[in-house]
Design a binder for this molecule. Structure first.
Ligand code: AMP
Ligand code: MG
Length: 403
């Protein structure tokens, strides 16, 4: 097992272990938030037929040049009821929005610019040719590549898939993640802690992170700090793609996660990364299951998830990109930083000013127990290993947090 490796090496290791999952078919009603498994090419024109953009009259524009003119209304065309006949000179059809434009007609006169007169209608304003007609294929043409695989199915994507008839739709299977919080001091977030106890924040937060990254937290468990307790909980959490532990991976006398898993046959790729927060991170495998042992400090747990687990989930989900984009910014104040560790500082980035330079500041004290530093953050500031005590004005890379 490698130990005390660089962030780059640790990330490379976890990404290499992530295996893209298969696809499954789901009804479009349940597809929002899932990952589109196959690109979508339209086999149809959208709209599929020329149709009226207005409630009004389908006319021949040349008939109306001397408006006001009187035309005979030979048909009534509601939406959904195509008219078979043809519009010939001096005739027209009453037509509703979305109804197919009948043969012969080349313009729509909105009802507001007409007056009904028994079997006839007065057209008060001459239309120009083609007006208020939505042409077949003007939105999408048959053969157009409309959606790419690997995108998240957002509400507008649902609408597009529905338009094109992709229901059911092929999506990537969701990684199943079991979250196991360890610690004898931990009580459920719905309980009142006793002396020396604290509420479990990592369990619920990690489950929410898993789901915001597209996975399913199939179980959120708690293991006491005993070898048997850890083992029993692990056994009840099998059949997962990922086991996500919080706590119990450090040097403490009661940190049994590594040793118990090892005794069960797990192998470790690395333990400890030259980073802050999250130095004690451990990563390995147990059969086909990936094992992440995240340090228990809530900031470490949250940041390690973002740096390692979220990209792994993205890769399993065959997303179009595994990582968030890194953007340039400059520090608006000096920061304390040790050389030799990669820092993921919690930051607040301001909008680019007139000069287009984004400034970023930290959220205040950065201790790995200070969870409010995560809650306030709208970005993670990357401070690479070789950087020491950066000054105000230092160029840095940030990744925006959209949660
Ligand atoms: P550990 O990694 O188990 O040594 O825990 C490090 C610190 O994180 C300790 O102060 C723990 O009390 C705290 N901690 C561990 N697990 C959790 C959790 N699930 N929720 C909140 N704090 C935790
Ligand atoms: Mg602990």
């Amino acid at each position: 097992m490698r130990t005390f490796i660089s962030f780059a090496e640790a990330r490379k290791t976890v990404m290499a272990a992530a295996v893209p999952l298969g696809n499954e078919s789901v009804s479009l009603r349940n597809a929002a938030g899932r990952t589109l498994a196959e690109g979508v090419v339209s086999s149809e024109d959208i709209p599929p037929f020329n149709n009226s953009a207005m409630d009004g009259y389908a006319v021949i524009a040349d008939d109306c040049t001397g408006a006001p003119v009187r035309l005979e209304v030979i048909a009534d065309i509601p939406a959904g009821r195509p008219h078979d006949g043809e519009i010939r000179t001096t005739t027209c059809a009453r037509i509703m929005t979305g109804a197919p434009v009948p043969a012969g007609a080349d313009a729509i006169v909105p009802v507001e610019k007409t007056r009904a007169d028994g079997p006839n209608v007065w057209i008060d304003e001459a239309p120009i040719k083609g007006i208020h007609i939505r042409l077949a294929g003007e939105d999408i043409k048959s053969g157009d590549q409309v959606l790419s695989s690997g995108i998240v199915i957002t509400p507008p994507v649902v609408g597009m898939l529905a338009t094109l008839g992709f229901d059911p739709v092929s999506v990537v299977k969701q990684p199943r993640v079991v979250v196991i919080s360890t610690g004898d001091e931990i009580v459920s977030s719905s309980e009142m802690p006793g002396p020396g106890q604290i509420r479990n924040s990592n369990g619920p937060a990690l489950a929410a992170q898993v789901e915001s990254a597209g996975g399913i937290a199939t179980a959120v468990l708690h293991a006491p700090d005993t070898p048997e307790g850890v083992r029993k909980t692990i056994e009840s959490g099998t059949n997962a793609d990922i086991l996500l532990f919080s706590g119990g991976v450090s040097m403490g006398a009661y940190d049994f996660v590594r040793t118990e898993l090892e005794a069960m046959g797990a192998t470790w790729d690395f333990w400890k990364v030259r980073q802050r927060p999250g130095k004690p991170l451990v990563f390995g495998r147990f059969k086909d299951t990936l094992l992440f042992g995240l340090p228990g400090n809530p900031v470490s747990s949250a940041m390690c998830f973002e740096m390692y687990c979220r990209p792994v989930l993205a890769h399993m989900l065959k997303r179009d990109k595994d990582f968030r984009d890194l953007q340039a910014a400059i520090l608006s104040h000096p920061m304390k930083k040790k050389e030799g560790l990669y820092y993921f500082a919690r930051g607040i980035v301001e909008d680019a000013g007139a000069k287009g330079v984004r400034k970023v500041r930290d959220t205040g004290p950065q201790g790995s127990n200070l969870y409010s530093s995560v809650v306030k953050a709208n970005c993670i500031i990357h401070l690479p290993e070789d950087m020491e005590n950066p000054d105000e004005g230092t160029n840095v890379l940030i990744e925006a947090l959209e949660w």
